[in-house]
Design a protein around this ligand. Structure first.
Ligand code: IMP
Ligand code: MG
Length: 227
């Protein structure tokens, strides 16, 4: 009986190259996955390409990495022995959050995400905050640290903090990679700040201009718009 079943499976299995047509062709052109060296001789991390025209690097990747490690150490110390929920604010904070979480030596860490949109398609804030994705889990009775990319006018922070406070977390604090205090219209501040920056529109390391430049490993400023 079991032999018969095995035969049936063998009959319906087709090697992908024979049956996926043009798709199989594009798959087979992908580079073969490299083997990982077990002896510590890994090649260096690939560097990003040239800085896109019109942009100037404001904070290089190495400085960001060093500061993120410092923030991670500080946060781990402050929350030692207490379960901590990191709440990343999408989409801007995803790169920062991914790096931060890997520097945090903390034994009881969990993550969640909240999606908000403020800027629409331009560099001017509309002052309107729209929730595009809610938390997956309750934060009642939990120590929560909101992870943001940038604190600018403070409208988003103010909205988020009020919305999350209503859900009765045990504590609610914030970390932002960048702080642009000169443009504040609401009285809010972050508990942990990566860098204070001047009033310039920045992109990279998760931050975008009309959904572009999020992938850059550094924070850059528009030469035409910036200082
Ligand atoms: P706020 O509500 O004015 O504080 O702005 C917060 C949100 O606006 C941030 O979370 C960003 O998504 C976006 N934002 C503010 N300044 C910049 C910037 O310089 N570059 C890219 N996005 C920005
Ligand atoms: Mg944001």
């Amino acid at each position: 009986m079991s032999i018969g079943r095995a035969r049936k499976f063998r009959f319906i299995f087709h090697p992908p190259d024979d049956n996926f047509g043009p798709m199989a062709e594009s798959f087979s052109k992908a580079s073969a996955p490299p083997a990982c060296a077990a002896d510590g001789t890994e090649p260096p991390v690939p560097q990003a390409g040239p800085v896109p025209a019109g942009l100037r690097v404001l904070i290089p990747a190495e400085r960001i990495a060093a500061r993120v490690r410092e923030l991670g150490a500080e946060i781990a110390r402050d929350y030692a022995g207490r379960p901590l929920r990191l709440v990343g604010v999408l989409k801007g904070a995803w790169v920062f959050m991914a790096d931060l979480v890997r520097t945090l030596e903390h034994e009881a860490l969990s993550v969640d995400f909240l999606g908000v949109a403020t800027y629409g398609q331009s560099a001017q804030t509309s002052g309107e905050v729209r929730v595009t994705k809610d938390l997956d889990r309750s934060i009642e009775g939990i120590d929560v640290l909101v992870v943001e990319d940038i604190l600018d006018t403070g409208v988003t922070f103010d909205f988020l903090l009020n919305a999350l406070r209503n859900r009765k977390p045990r504590s609610l604090r914030t970390v932002t990679l960048l702080d642009k205090p000169s443009r504040r219209v609401r009285h809010v501040r972050a508990d942990y700040v990566g860098f204070t920056i001047p009033d310039a529109f920045v992109v990279g390391y998760g931050l975008d201009y009309s959904e572009r430049f999020r992938e850059l490993p550094y924070v850059a400023v528009f030469e035409t718009l910036g200082p």
